[in-house]
Unconditional design. Structure first.
Length: 225
């Protein structure tokens, strides 16, 4: 469950299958993409990340997005650094679209924790919380938040341009509940607030969209091996 697109006031609910896995301690893949750990020393890990973003279509909201065109599928490649101090972690991820999507660069800074609160089925129930902020360059901001509606449109919004900067800040929580030795239920909830130019965008401001972005979900995972 989440916004139909970044800045939307419409919530979209969907159910999709997902496959996740790992190879040793270095390679992980799942619904959040691919992560390859190349450095591991003490509490510090670093490596490469990749993910796919399917973009945005005018049909996601024909009124708010009319005349803005589509944003193509992004293939985002980049790197990550993470440092753990006990149950607390600090993280940074930077990615760039190398395909025909928004063509932008996005960086995320985060801090969080995941602690066991009880045990069931011989495994810990984990409660996680995280705060984060996302910073984007001008190409990303222009693709997602600038208005390029033609002036002849009766519903035309003024042309807007956006410099790079802080796009949003948020808070999220997760609960990982083992049902059996192989079956796990994960609950996710998050709130992000669009900031600065993103919040003032013609597709967000004046109740066209919403600067408040709420997400949530349930993941039912079965471990094969």
């Amino acid at each position: 469950m989440g916004p139909a697109y970044t800045g939307s006031k419409t919530t979209r609910v969907s159910a999709v299958p997902a496959v996740s896995g790992s190879y040793g301690q270095s390679v992980e893949f799942g619904y959040q993409g691919l992560r390859i750990t190349l450095l591991r020393t003490g509490g510090l890990t670093a490596g490469a990340v990749a993910q796919i973003d399917l973009g945005r279509r005018e049909s996601d909201d024909r009124k708010a997005l009319h005349g803005l065109g589509n944003i193509g599928t992004s293939v985002d490649l980049g790197g990550f650094v993470r440092y753990e101090i006990g149950d607390i972690y600090l993280g940074s991820v930077q990615m760039k679209d190398v395909a025909d999507g928004d063509k932008g660069v996005v960086g995320t800074l985060s801090a969080g924790t995941a602690v066991p609160i009880a045990f069931t089925a011989g495994r810990p129930i984990l409660l996680g919380t995280e705060i984060s902020t996302r910073i984007a360059d001008s190409q990303y901001m222009e693709a997602h938040f600038a208005s390029r509606r033609p002036s002849r449109s009766a519903q035309a919004a003024p042309l807007s341009t956006h410099a790079g900067g802080v796009e949003q800040a948020g808070l999220s929580a997760s609960l990982i509940y083992p049902i059996t030795g192989r079956l796990t239920l994960t609950a996710l909830a998050g709130f992000d607030r669009l900031l600065d130019d993103a919040a003032r965008s013609p597709i967000v401001a004046h109740k066209v969209g919403s600067a408040n972005q709420v997400t949530g979900g349930l993941l039912l995972t079965y471990q094969l091996y």
